[in-house]
Design a protein around this ligand. Structure first.
Ligand code: NDP
Length: 436
């Protein structure tokens, strides 16, 4: 075998091994994190001691079975969100042109769905029709059901990708594990209008983040008769972040998650299970740890978090505004500088894109990840620093976004070639200006 072939086989094996590890490790991790937050005081040492004493049996002992009530909650929530996605009115929005030249069309009704969901959830609680505390009390069973249900969902998506793809932006890599992990279809749909990735990523995943943030807050209130300022800061910041997301949802449809990553385990299981469990975990911890920060500390953390969320929003907005107006706009009060980059589609057509080289996008090529990570730090900081686990999301996000920046650079480099090189010369840092 030639050296280069050996190298390719080696990197293929490493990729497969890391995918299989993630497929095997993520589900137990979700359960261990929930258990540690809710039943082990947030202490990794306590959970570790339990596992050390009881071995594998210790893991199965704490792994709750998906109960009927858990399935009912997931089913009602999922159905409600699907109905809102289909039924609520919204502007017609076109996504970016796909590698195969397709233009996906969406109905932009995310903000309406978000408002209806939160009002309905709070209304159910207020009028004592359904108490969100039930969700918290069955959280382990819900995560357990989500783990199984989402796995089945991903298998069905995989079969659909083979048998009934929704568009030409679909196909197999020839390897079952890669196809299952990364997905087969870019824009899977049920019928003409029900976009599966909008459902999994936005209406189920991101929406569950807001719903669970409220749940944790309500649980603390019902338990203690009041909500601590630390919980308030955490909830307000997480809700501000999710509100920003839904305000900008149609912009999200032109980001990597939707426009480049296919619908497989990575993105769909991630949004259906990882987002509700891991992303919301700082709030999960705070339920049983009502820290009192005091007014000035609480307000300072809140202000810093809101600023980061705003900067992150402005980064995304600048890129999209600049592209939408074809660069005929002002960024930070000036005409933006740009690179006109041409590329070839998989059909062999030549197209052009604009790369913004000023504003936030002139500081580094992925500056938007800096405020994203800092915002997560600020909504976790109210948990103080007694335990590491509430900060797991911040650490995970840092690793995820560092890897994502590299993946995006690689993809853009092969898409734009010399134009991307030029961009890298003009904007040499990948994420943190002056550092990396
Ligand atoms: P984006 O998709 O928004 O941006 C990257 C894309 O933008 C590139 O693929 C390229 O696409 C285009 N692009 C790159 N450089 C430029 C430029 N200089 N000018 C114009 N266009 C450019 O990135 P993400 O999807 O990673 O992030 C979107 C948002 O989601 C961010 O706010 C991020 O922080 C957040 N996020 C949050 C995560 C979480 O788990 N909390 C995970 C990931 C993201 P093209 O092919 O069109 O040129």
């Amino acid at each position: 075998m030639a050296e280069s072939d050996k190298g390719t086989v080696h990197s293929m094996l490493v990729t497969l091994a890391s995918m299989i590890s993630l497929l095997a490790l993520c589900p137990p991790f979700v359960i261990l994190l929930w258990y540690t937050m809710v039943h082990a005081d947030g202490s990794i040492a306590l959970t570790w001691e339990h596992l050390k004493q009881n071995g594998f049996q210790g893991l199965t002992d704490i792994w709750p079975s998906p109960s009927l009530i858990a399935w009912k909650i997931i089913f009602c929530y999922g159905l409600f969100e699907a109905v809102l996605q289909l039924a609520l009115p919204g502007k017609r929005v076109e996504g970016p042109i796909s590698p195969n030249g397709n233009i996906p069309v969406y109905k932009a009704n995310g903000m309406q769905a978000y408002a209806v969901t939160l009002v309905a959830y709070l209304g159910l609680w207020w009028f004592r029709i359904f108490n969100p505390v039930v969700v918290y009390d069955h959280l382990g069973e819900i995560f357990s059901a989500l783990i199984v249900g989402s796995l089945v969902f991903c298998i069905l998506l995989h079969i659909k990708g083979h048998l009934a793809p929704s568009s030409t932006d679909s196909g197999s890599s020839g390897n079952l594990i890669i196809d299952f992990y990364w997905g087969m279809e870019l824009y899977p749909r049920i019928g003409e209008n029900f976009d599966i990735k909008v459902f999994t990523n936005c209406r189920f995943g991101m929406m569950s983040w807001a719903v669970l943030a409220l749940t944790y807050c309500i649980k603390q209130y019902e338990e203690n008769g009041r909500v601590s300022d630390s919980m308030l800061v955490n909830t307000i910041l997480m809700l501000a972040y999710v509100s920003k997301f839904f305000w900008w949802e149609s912009g999200y449809w032109s980001t990597m998650d939707i426009a480049h990553d296919r619908a497989g385990f990575y993105i769909c299981w991630g949004c259906l299970v990882w987002v509700p469990s891991i992303y919301t975990s700082p709030g999960m911890y705070l339920v049983n740890h009502p820290v009192n920060l005091g007014l000035s500390a609480a307000l300072s953390i809140l202000a810093a978090g809101l600023l980061c969320i705003y900067i992150n929003y402005e980064c995304d907005w600048q890129r999209q505004y600049f592209r939408r107006t074809g660069g005929k706009c002002t960024i930070w009060g000036r005409t933006p500088t740009k690179i006109v980059a041409s590329y070839r589609t998989s059909k062999g057509e030549t197209k052009t894109s604009l790369l913004l080289t000023s504003g936030w996008w002139g500081l580094s090529r992925h500056f938007h990840y800096v405020p994203e990570i800092l915002a997560a730090f600020f909504w976790t900081a109210p948990a103080l620093f007694n335990h590491f686990l509430p900060y797991f999301y911040v650490v995970f996000l840092t690793i995820l976004l560092t890897d994502r920046a590299k993946r995006d650079d690689d993809r853009c480099s092969s898409k734009y070639g010399k134009y991307w090189k030029l961009y890298c010369q003009k904007v040499p840092y990948r994420i943190v200006p002056g550092l990396y």
